[in-house]
Design a protein around this ligand. Sequence first.
Ligand SMILES: [Zn+2]
Length: 203
Amino acid sequence: MAEEERTIMPGTACSLELDAGQSVDIIDVKGQQVADLVAFSLTNVDREWLSPTHTRSSLGRLKLRRLDPLLTNFRRMILKLVHDDVGVHDMTFASCDRQRYLLGYGIAEHPNCREALSRVLLPYGIPVHRIPDPINLFQNSTVDADGVIETIAPTSRAGDRLSLVATMNTLLAVAACPQDQSPCNGWAPTPIALRAPIGAFAP
Ligand SMILES: [Zn+2]
């Protein structure tokens, strides 16, 4: 199937629609860059979405492995991880948002994943307060024996890629994280590329 590619700069996002059976590649162009992923049932965006909570509960672990199902809030498979060059992704942390930069760093106006996702999902009637928890692709988060969670620099290298296949008709949005105040993106956010069937990307 013919494909096209889109590049998203840090602090921006892209939405696309996949029919069941179609796939998207998400590529860390320069390495050490996090991509926040959210997804919805295209026929039911108000009720059913990709849920990291249900996914990690059903898997019984915090880390994704190749061929894992990604589940919705109704425990139905919405996406399947079919290729993964990295094997290090996060299902624990919220997207960065306006409050994260204000409360954490005293920065009043900082680009952030949540608002970037909202901008591309608003045409589907999904406002910023209904952006679900993301799966943070390429994000390297650790949990120690006391349950302390921390994000350190990603292990992903330039050109590393993962592929997700849709198992229902899916609305998907991906943001390139602009976090430059922590090691989350190796202290230097860079673009993310998406490759999907022609016609999948929102115009
Ligand atoms: Zn972010």
